[in-house]
Design a protein around this ligand. Structure first.
Ligand code: HPA
Length: 253
């Protein structure tokens, strides 16, 4: 089954589709996770609100392991995730959509693996699924590449941090991609991130960054986001096996 992880400002995705069923899942990492089964382009899709019901959990407190474990328990093998991000590049504007092709992780203190008892080192050279990425990049007017800088939050960045992130090649900055993408990879799922630009990152924007600016840009982009994801879902064959399904071969000592 296809999974869809909805981030900040993406409740409209859920509102756009009829919910066939709501599942409450208990995992060994966390209990009572609500997942809505919706139908998109005649396919069943498991919609998970990343921040839990009512957007109640901040990025650094999200139980990423429970979220991914629950999707795995439902048989999800292909995941589209949405991430609200700030732009580090004036050519990438609020309201634009970027399909990230790599990341640099500055988060800390998050449970970032399912393998605490075994020695497992998965390859993360190209952390996103090529097949899902191409289903997205061929489905709409998007920036097809860009490095996602993953920050701990919950505060926004300083000017010096943004200068540094630009210097090291970052295109967008956000707080929710890691460890989610890596946990999905450890479950041998295909995973792609749809980054919705909600603002210019701090100091690139001439004005102080506000959360209402973030919400407004997300609302404005919502129709394009829904169309893009629906079109990518239509192209996604859950039976198609790619390299993501054999990531654990050669990873376990
Ligand atoms: N920085 C970090 N996370 C974000 C931003 C930002 O500017 N916008 C949305 N999420």
């Amino acid at each position: 089954m296809i999974g869809l992880i909805g981030g900040t400002g993406t409740k409209s995705i859920l509102d756009n589709y009829d919910t066939i069923e709501t599942k409450t899942i208990d995992t060994k990492y966390g209990k009572s996770l609500e997942i809505s089964i919706i139908e998109v382009e005649s396919k069943k899709v498991a919609y998970m609100p990343r921040h839990s019901k009512g957007h109640s959990v901040p990025p650094h407190k999200i139980n990423y392991r429970a979220n991914i474990e629950a999707l795995d328990m439902l048989g999800v093998n292909k995941v589209f995730a949405t991430n609200a991000v700030g732009s580090l590049d004036t050519n990438i504007k609020p309201g634009d959509i970027l399909i990230a092709d790599n990341f640099i992780d500055f988060t800390h203190g998050r449970n970032n693996t399912f393998f605490d008892e075994e020695v497992v080192h998965i390859d993360a050279t190209k952390p996103f699924c090529d097949d899902l990425r191409s289903n997205l990049t061929s489905s709409g007017d998007v920036h097809p590449y860009g490095v996602y800088i993953s920050t701990q939050g919950p505060r926004f960045e300083t000017k010096a941090e943004i200068d540094f992130y630009r210097l090291i090649g970052g295109k967008v900055v956000g707080m929710t991609l890691t460890p989610e993408v890596i946990l999905a990879r450890e479950k041998q799922m295909c995973y792609a991130s749809v980054c919705v630009i909600s603002n210019y990152a701090a100091s690139i924007s001439p004005t102080k960054l506000t959360i209402s600016e973030v919400s407004e840009a997300m609302d404005e982009a919502s129709e394009r986001l829904i169309n893009l994801i629906a079109s990518a879902i239509k192209k996604t064959d859950t039976d198609y096996v790619c390299e993501c399904q054999s990531i654990l071969d050669d990873a376990i000592i």
